[in-house]
Design a protein around this ligand. Structure first.
Ligand SMILES: Cc1cc2nc3c(=O)[nH]c(=O)nc-3n(C[C@H](O)[C@H](O)[C@H](O)COP(=O)(O)O)c2cc1C
Length: 217
């Protein structure tokens, strides 16, 4: 299927068939797509928690209560659920880790190239933190690139998916000790296969038309 048809046919799954499991090989491919997500200055400010068995999914579902309860069955019946987290801050340790990885990956022809990358990255981080003053927004935007990329990849792989922003952030943070790990929860993604009872599978897509959203200059 070509990319346009995938964009048309993928949809937000509202009910999963709990008996169907994504193969290990296919799930590993999705994780590799996530790992390869591009980000501004390759900042990679994320960490992912994977729930692929009942206990782990129940742990996540604790944050799907009250007004978010409608999302709980999606997690519990999914094959796999991923919590996308974002670093609460960009630390010196993280910057050093990135630079070291760039080096190991063979990106620098000499010490000057390495220093140049270090300075450029630090310059951007300082800009977002001190001048623009919205570093957290910039950082979390990167995590949502991974979400978009994964949704499309799931569609290509024939896997159904649900992005879930409706969850209790403080419950999930406490449950997984996210604050201690320097992380904030950004979004959940459930993956698996639709159930026959999924009303959303039969509904047409609804999007604003192109005249409204594109302006050719
Ligand atoms: C960041 C984000 C958060 C979302 N949160 C939820 C959610 O909590 N529960 C849900 O059922 N759908 C959720 N959705 C799904 C959207 O409602 C859906 O993508 C949108 O209506 C477009 O429909 P489609 O994905 O079927 O094309 C979310 C989507 C995104 C991108």
């Amino acid at each position: 299927m070509d990319l346009l048809n995938v964009s048309k046919s993928r949809y937000t799954t509202k009910a999963y068939d709990a008996t169907k499991k994504i193969s290990t090989e296919q799930f590993e491919r999705l994780l590799e797509v996530i790992r390869l997500t591009p980000s501004s200055i390759n900042i990679q400010p994320w960490h992912y928690f994977i729930a692929d068995h009942t206990d782990a999914k129940e742990k996540i579902a604790k944050a799907l209560v009250g007004k978010y309860a409608y999302n709980a069955p999606k997690v519990l019946d999914s094959s796999h659920t991923i919590l996308f987290c974002t670093k609460a801050d960009i630390t010196e340790d993280h910057l050093a880790n990135l630079l070291n990885q760039d080096d190991l990956s063979g990106r620098f022809k000499d010490g000057n190239a390495k220093q140049g990358q270090k300075d450029a990255r630090t310059g951007y981080v300082d800009f977002y933190r001190n001048e623009k003053g919205d570093i957290q927004r910039w950082v979390e935007n990167q995590t949502f690139i991974a979400l978009g990329q994964t949704l499309l990849a799931a569609g290509i792989e024939g896997i159904d998916a649900t992005p879930i922003g409706g969850f209790d952030e403080s419950i999930i943070s406490d449950e997984l000790g996210l604050a201690e790990k320097g992380l904030i929860p950004s979004v959940l993604l459930t993956l698996g296969y639709r159930s026959d009872s999924d009303f959303n599978a039969k509904l047409p897509k609804s999007r604003l038309n192109k005249e409204e959203i594109f302006t050719t200059l």
